[in-house]
Design a protein around this ligand. Structure first.
Ligand code: UD1
Length: 386
């Protein structure tokens, strides 16, 4: 496939991938257990949000336990994380291949580790698939979350950061969306996300020692600036950015733009795209907050978005500029269930977490392309090379 002409430095010469490690309040003082993170490897909200967050947590001094069933993740990710964080920090990473539906094994892990907190990234996330296989969605998303919560609680941890979604706002009546906007689920996937949120709210009412941060992601895109971590969806991508990326590297002929008759400036759908590094920093900020709250946080939802609405055609244009070639596209009918415009008011997260997305659309497209051009077939390489 045609690749970007940009020269790629060999690993040893790569610049430090991102900001220097941040101090985490949860790691100062006498407590040396650190934060352990749990996730499952099946179609997550953004299949690389977990790995990017793990890098930040390791750099921040945490001990991190990753739980992944490798259903939709490559075993090679662990090696890339170790490469980025270095040998010393890498010693604090413990990866367990395990399914969160396997409650006895999960309970044994919680008993062994005595977690301080948990970031729960896991879950199926394809809307169309959820309509076809609702029971698989309810079982995987809801039962796994129940298992996580019950196992944590049984072993003394009442603190969780949950990968929520802006899907809980359904088809928003007004934008930008704030955390108090009406909640509505419009497909089985969205219902699993909303029901999980409701479960956490009920839990916190029943027991005020529980602390839950619901992170409502908008549209995560891009990749680690090193080009070593990124999204690697299996099969035909459902989401816009991975599809555009596959067109750019020549794996797909053209993009179908779903609808050009929306009441938006250029007629195409508008979303709040957020760089996965900003998203990872949002998780780190949520970890700081929850560990510093001392049992007083309760259940709080935060929008993790940029506050900027970007249309499909604006994405195509920005990505073309980043990769230096035109992205062929055609207009196609609207995709059923798509909203016109969905973007956040992120001010609550800024106020409460001291976190703000800082990366621009250009940054997102540059890092997405850097990942795509270095890994045109994801982590596994071109099929016949394996
Ligand atoms: C979708 C889900 C959302 C889920 C999220 C996961 C739907 C209706 N919503 O969000 O619930 O949380 O993925 O990341 O599926 N587009 C094209 N061509 C494509 C793909 C997308 O034009 O090939 C357009 C869409 O119509 C939309 C925009 O690009 O306007 C973004 O689409 P996508 O990346 O799939 O995200 P969402 O639909 O916002």
């Amino acid at each position: 496939p045609p690749l970007c002409p940009r020269p790629v430095p060999p690993p040893a010469e790569r610049p430090p991938p991102h900001a220097p490690p941040r101090p985490f309040p949860g790691r100062t003082g006498a407590d040396s257990r650190g934060c352990r993170e749990l996730r499952i490897g099946t179609r997550r909200r953004h299949p690389s949000a977990g790995s990017h967050t793990v890098v930040l947590l390791l750099e921040g001094g945490y001990d991190v336990v990753v739980v992944d069933n490798l259903n939709n993740a490559s075993p090679r990710v662990e090696g890339r994380i170790l490469e980025l964080v270095g040998e010393e920090a890498g010693k604090r990473l413990d990866v367990r291949v395990m399914d969160l539906l396997d409650e006895p094994r999960l309970a044994a892990l919680c008993a062994e580790k005595k977690f301080d907190s948990c970031i729960h990234f896991a879950g199926y996330k394809a809307v169309g698939e959820s309509v076809e296989k609702p029971l698989a969605y309810y079982r995987n998303n809801i039962v796994s979350t129940l298992n996580v919560v019950e196992c944590l609680q049984a072993h003394g941890c009442k603190s969780i950061i949950f990968s929520g979604s802006c899907t809980v706002y359904g088809n928003p009546k007004d934008v930008p969306i704030h955390e108090g906007s009406d909640l509505e689920a419009i497909n089985p996937y969205g219902r699993t996300k909303l029901y999980q949120e409701e479960m956490f709210r009920d839990l916190c009412v029943s027991d005020d020692a529980w602390e839950v941060s619901l992170l409502r992601y908008f549209n995560p895109v891009a990749a680690h600036p090193s080009g070593r971590l990124g999204e690697d969806p299996k099969g035909i991508p459902n989401n816009l950015m991975p599809y555009v990326q596959q067109v750019a590297v020549g794996r797909r002929a053209e993009l179908s733009v779903f609808g050009n008759d929306y009441p938006t400036p250029d007629g195409t759908g508008v979303r709040d795209y957020i760089h996965v590094m900003d998203l990872a920093e949002g998780h780190a900020a949520a970890v700081d907050k929850i560990l510093a709250a001392g049992g007083k946080l309760g259940c709080v939802a935060y929008n993790l978005g940029t506050g900027n609405g970007t249309s499909v055609l604006e994405i195509v244009k920005a990505f073309s500029a980043a990769c230096g070639k035109e992205i062929p596209y055609k207009f196609a009918p609207r995709r059923p269930g798509d909203a016109t415009a969905v973007y956040a008011t992120p001010s609550f997260a800024e106020q409460e977490l001291g976190w703000k997305a800082t990366r621009t659309l250009e940054d997102m497209c540059r890092d997405q392309w850097n990942w795509a051009s270095n890994n045109p077939y994801g982590y596994e390489g071109k099929p016949e090379e394996n």
